[in-house]
Design a protein around this ligand. Structure first.
Ligand code: PBG
Length: 341
């Protein structure tokens, strides 16, 4: 009411703060705010994770990841074309492997005519400029849904690394620009680097899942691949969410073993880890804005409880502010379209 606003004006006049620093001076206008903005997202930072499946036909919706699909190869290529038109320069590939190809050793993972090698060859033929990142891990291929070979309920480290090396070599031969070990076995980065170099593939890079936590945020991804562990959990290889210093140990090892880019995963609950790793290394740092983080935003937006576009941009900007140079995100196309406006 008018009497209230008069009272406020009187109060204003009665007090003048002699305040040298007034942070609000730099927030006065949109132009000024943009001028002093410390972090802006760019399509150059985005990596678009994609799911590929056998066969033909329509892309299959993933209920817990609205807007994401399992694509048959021909439809995947259409999706990559769209992403490319939006300026996205990198994709990360994950395969949906039919149960009949899964076994205890994950041997389909190094079949040169398997789904991923066929997909990589097709991508490189049609879109040679698109950077293709191939995931190295056994969980999509392992009948027990673990990232390594299981014996008597235990995940075998060195035997698994031997298979991962074959998988990485197969992907490199098929045209992968980067291989991305997401399995968290000890010593796998070094073994893969050595094998790639020995095979004349020194130009193929390693994006290491360096600080990958045993996280419940991967739930929707496991729905997408039908890759949930058949028994137990992944805590004997993925990191404990309470550990921050241990991430620095993992970074030191991965650098020493030859990683080109180090990654933190998930991103949002681990921004401090991104920050600490960024301070600790000169390598580029990547962050994976994982399936559960994506699903939470989509679900709340579908309920009408948050503004999806704003939350998405805020989330990714803050992941970058924390220190991520690259962000793997299922929002990649949506963000790229917004940034292009
Ligand atoms: C497995 C892998 C996982 C993700 C990427 N690679 C799941 C897991 O470790 O169980 C999760 C990605 C996401 O949740 O978006 N090697």
């Amino acid at each position: 009411t008018s009497s209230q606003s008069e009272t406020l004006t009187e109060t204003d006049a009665s007090l003048t703060l002699f305040q040298r620093q007034r942070p609000r001076r730099l927030r006065r206008s949109e132009g000024l705010r943009r001028m002093v903005c410390e972090t802006s997202l760019s399509v150059d930072n985005l990596v678009y994770p994609l799911f590929v499946k056998e066969g033909e036909g329509q892309p299959e919706a993933i209920p817990s990841m609205p807007g994401c699909f399992r694509y048959p190869l021909d439809r995947l290529l259409e999706e990559i074309e769209q992403a490319s038109e939006l300026g996205i320069g990198a994709i990360a590939l994950f395969p949906v492997i039919p149960n009949e190809y899964k076994d205890r050793r994950g041997s389909e993972s190094y079949n040169p005519n398997g789904l991923i090698p066929r997909t990589l060859r097709a991508i490189k033929q049609e879109f040679p400029q698109m950077m293709a990142i191939a995931d190295v891990a056994l969980d999509p291929y392992n009948s027990q849904g673990h990232d390594g070979i299981v014996e008597n309920g235990k995940i075998l480290n060195d035997q698994t690394v031997a298979v991962l090396v074959k998988q990485a070599l197969t992907q490199a031969e098929a045209g992968a620009d980067f291989v991305a070990p997401s399995d968290m076995m000890d010593g796998r980065v070094g073994a893969i680097r050595q094998a790639l170099d020995a095979a004349g593939r020194a130009d193929v890079g390693i994006l290491a899942y360096t600080a990958k936590y045993a996280s419940a945020y991967y739930g929707p991804f496991r729905d997408a691949l039908d890759s949930a562990p058949q028994f137990g959990d992944k805590k004997t290889y993925q990191m404990d969410p309470g550990n921050g210093r241990e991430a620095l140990k993992e970074v030191d090892l991965d650098i020493e073993e030859g990683a080109d880019i180090v990654m933190v995963k998930p991103a949002l609950a681990y921004l401090d880890v991104i920050d600490r790793i960024k301070e600790h290394t000169h390598l580029p740092v990547a962050a994976y804005n994982v399936s559960g983080e994506y699903a939470m935003v989509k679900a709340a937006a579908q309920c009408g409880w948050i503004d999806e576009e704003k939350v998405m941009l805020e989330t990714l900007t803050c992941i970058k502010r924390a220190g991520a140079d690259l962000i793997l995100t299922y929002f990649a196309k949506e963000v790229a379209a917004l940034l292009a406006r």
